[in-house]
Design a protein around this ligand. Structure first.
Ligand SMILES: [Fe+2]
Ligand SMILES: [Fe+2]
Length: 337
């Protein structure tokens, strides 16, 4: 590696560091941000820092044993898939970070990487308390549908990660919009449907969902919009981004319907799933500045469940009275453009 990668006194001014392409001097200066959203998201991520040990998992095994067979299967298959998502995301982010030029955005990605590792740790803590960690982490070996979804997520990550152009970096960012904004969502709602029966799992998912939806998704939405704004992106690249989210919708629904078909629970229907995932996909498209492309229905019950659990003060104050961090989303501008 050339030393100018770390320190280049003749490099560009920090305010000129674009997301793709350039030659930064090498300073991470939070006082001079080319984009406001980067340091705002960093601050929000930090304000919401949590650790798996904060969630009470003491009764998880007992609670799990009280679930019906179908509920137990849903629990295990959900965590088997979610835990893969976070493992893959950590590795993908480390690779995506190399495509980025702006040092402050790279610093925010570093914090995100730490949070994804924290999510992996939280699954291990929860499943260890539940007594089925090894079984759940090995389910991909026995379940073809789970293996297929993992494989498809991995393929989306791999497709453009080698970079080489702003267009490829944009599509690589799209893979992360899909991961943060689509691939977790049915899994989150399943655990919320089990809800009070497994409060350990529910609260762990509340913390994880807050990270994914309140900071990681906005981070990648801003990255996507910024790359698009700073570069001449081909129309065919935007078409490819639409294709990627269509694929993500299909991937999410295929696994969701497979689970529903095998382990029907609590009034969830294939139609409800479709409406939910379509609505999410439209929302993600709007967040990245593109037009909604799926059939839109009023906010579904599953969406409402997810949204309701994003309010974190309630969780923190229930469990950790001395450690209430103010959730300040509404007062922070996460969106410059
Ligand atoms: Fe995560
Ligand atoms: Fe994430």
């Amino acid at each position: 590696m050339d030393a100018t990668h770390y320190y280049n006194p003749n490099g560009e001014d920090i305010l000129d560091e674009k997301l793709y392409g350039g030659s930064p001097t090498g300073f991470v200066d939070f006082n001079r941000s080319r984009y406001r959203w980067d340091s705002n998201i960093y601050d929000l991520m930090n304000a919401n820092t949590w650790f798996p040990s904060e969630v009470n998992t003491a009764s998880e095994k007992k609670n799990f044993e009280h679930l019906t067979d179908n509920e137990q299967a849903i629990y295990k298959m959900t965590f088997a898939q979610l835990s893969f998502n976070d493992s893959a995301q950590e590795e993908y982010l480390s690779d995506f970070r190399r495509l980025a030029n702006n040092r402050l955005v790279k610093a925010v990605l570093s914090l995100q990487i730490m949070q994804e590792v924290n999510h992996s740790k939280s699954y291990a803590v929860l499943l260890d308390a539940c007594g089925n960690s090894e079984e759940v982490f090995n389910l991909y070996k026995h379940d073809a549908a789970l293996n297929k979804k993992n494989q498809q997520v991995a393929e989306q990550f791999a497709r453009y990660i080698d970079g080489g152009s702003a267009d490829k970096m944009l599509l690589s960012a799209m893979a992360s919009v899909n991961l943060e904004g689509i691939y977790f969502l049915l899994g989150f709602s399943y655990i919320y449907l089990l809800g009070d029966k497994v409060p350990g799992a529910r609260d762990m998912i509340k913390f994880i969902a807050r990270d994914e939806l309140n900071t990681h998704l906005p981070l990648f939405a801003n990255i996507f919009k910024t790359i698009q704004k700073e570069n001449k992106i081909a129309a065919s690249t935007i078409d490819a981004a639409y294709e990627m989210i269509s694929d993500a919708v299909e991937i999410e629904l295929e696994y969701g319907k497979y689970l529903l078909n095998r382990y029907p629970i609590m009034g969830v229907t294939p139609e409800l799933m479709e409406q939910t995932v379509y609505n999410y996909a439209n929302d993600r498209l709007k967040k990245i500045g593109l037009e909604p492309a799926f059939e839109e229905t009023p906010t579904t019950y599953l969406q409402k469940l997810v949204t309701k659990h994003l309010e974190m003060n309630e969780v923190k104050s229930n469990f950790f009275e001395s450690n209430v961090s103010n959730y300040a989303k509404s007062s922070i501008d996460l969106n410059d453009f």
